[in-house]
Design a binder for this molecule. Structure first.
Ligand SMILES: [Zn+2]
Length: 438
């Protein structure tokens, strides 16, 4: 007797990212209640399932949705506002002053634009740190994408809170609001060592433990950060966080550029996860994250775009290509950070780093978060190795379908939940407001 399912998706090529990294030609995926129930050859599944709907994607490469392991999605609103500056100047003279005047509505709008960009370029889940994050969560909810969200915590007042007690209340409130949601999870997110203090960091970690959510922080992003930390605390950033008890599997650290070999071991041995953001590191001339050394030491790693101001896009396909290329030239070794390794980081590594094990691969029992790339594009032909194409040949424009939890959110130029033309109009108006703040 055939089994009923909600959707039977068929395609020419399926890259599963399962344990054996299986690729199936003429493949099918059965989906029920947002979960993958079976994966296999089309002929096999077509005989064993009676779907409510059949989604035939033909000449497409279907693969797991990409996971953006570090971003500030609402910063799409400030994209291109200030470029070509050192990190600390850029942050304190150009970004922070505008951000202090943002409203929840502007944060929500910027987040919606970012979600639209990510859905269109094959990202199905992201880790987001920003101010007034409650408004980001609303945008995530509206767009249908998945995210782990957190209010950025500074040692100074933000538009969302007057002090640390207030900030921790916001983090707790965010978790309470979205606790039972399947697509939104939260984390506690102190900004960085240079914008916080020991009490703030330890109380943030205690709250993350209490809520049983991850802690996400920028760490060792530049030599300037290291110099400041040494001057203020007598320690380098990794040792400082280690002594405060903040390193461990619960912690996801973004950047991790300025690391010694000992610090690489400390991060890996403690189980601390790392978000590698190579384009932001290049644009701000922060340096090279020793990604291959971190992986060799056993660190869990994801890939992130960082915000749209330091990238300037949220495209995980181009980020994967950059991650591979820049590591090779940094090490002067073309064998490091191979295509499959980079793809693993952007899928399975992101899922593990975000503590979301149901994501990252296309297998029975996993969430139906997947994307389809158009294989009729000239840059996708011929295809000997799908992982190679995903990392080196794709630019994100090939994405023709994005599905989260079994729901199609983007297909062939159209969004199913977003009124994109209306959103563009609102963004144009918001951009006028931003320009007036300069
Ligand atoms: Zn960042």
């Amino acid at each position: 007797m055939p089994t009923p399912c909600d959707t039977l998706l068929t395609c020419d090529v399926l890259m599963t990212q399962d344990m054996a990294r299986t690729t199936i030609n003429d493949a099918a995926i059965a989906i029920t209640n947002g979960t993958i129930t079976a994966v296999g050859p089309k002929t096999e599944l077509q005989g064993s399932f009676t779907p409510a709907s059949h989604l035939d994607l033909g000449p497409s490469l279907v693969m797991p949705g990409l996971i953006n392991a570090h971003t500030h999605v609402s910063m799409t609103l400030l994209r291109g506002l200030a470029d070509d500056l050192p990190l600390m100047d850029w942050l304190t003279k150009h970004i922070f002053p505008v951000e202090q005047k943002l409203t929840p509505e502007l944060v929500r709008l910027g987040a919606l634009l970012g979600c639209a960009e990510m859905l269109r370029t094959g990202t199905t889940c992201f880790c987001d740190m920003y101010l007034m994050e409650a408004a980001v969560a609303e945008a995530v909810h509206q767009s249908g994408i998945r995210a782990r969200v957190g209010e950025v915590i500074f040692a100074f007042p933000s538009p969302a809170y007057p002090d640390l007690d207030g900030a921790l209340d916001v983090a707790r409130g965010l978790e309470e609001r979205w606790e039972s949601d399947t697509r939104i999870r939260t984390a506690v997110m102190p900004h960085a060592v240079y914008t916080t203090n020991p009490d703030l960091l330890q109380r943030s970690y205690a709250l993350a433990e209490e809520l049983d959510v991850p802690l996400h922080i920028h760490l060792a992003e530049s030599t300037t950060e290291t110099a400041q930390c040494l001057e203020q605390t007598g320690q380098r950033p990794v040792a400082y966080l280690q002594d405060l008890g903040l390193l461990g599997p619960r912690t996801l650290a973004a950047h991790c550029v300025d690391l010694t070999d000992d610090e690489i071991s400390i991060l890996a041995d403690s189980g601390t996860c790392v978000s590698h953001c190579p384009e932001s590191n290049m644009k701000l001339a922060s340096g090279f994250c020793p990604a291959q050394k971190l992986l060799d030491a056993g660190a869990m790693m994801g890939i992130g775009t960082d915000g749209a101001c330091s990238n300037n896009n949220l495209n995980m396909f181009t980020e994967m290509g950059t991650a591979a290329l820049v590591q090779k030239v940094h090490r002067m070794d073309p064998t490091v950070l191979r295509a499959q390794t980079v793809l693993d980081m952007a899928t399975l590594g992101g899922a593990a780093s975000l503590h979301w094990p149901e994501l990252g691969s296309i297998e029975a029992g996993k969430a139906a978060d997947l994307i389809a790339l158009d294989l009729t594009r000239p840059n996708m032909q011929p295809m000997y190795n799908p992982a190679s194409h995903a990392v080196y040949a794709t630019n994100g424009g090939e994405v023709r379908l994005t599905m989260v939890e079994g729901e199609v959110l983007y297909q062939d130029g159209s969004y199913t939940r977003l009124d994109y033309p209306a959103l563009l109009n609102e963004i144009r108006e918001a951009a006028h407001w931003v320009q007036k703040q300069l």
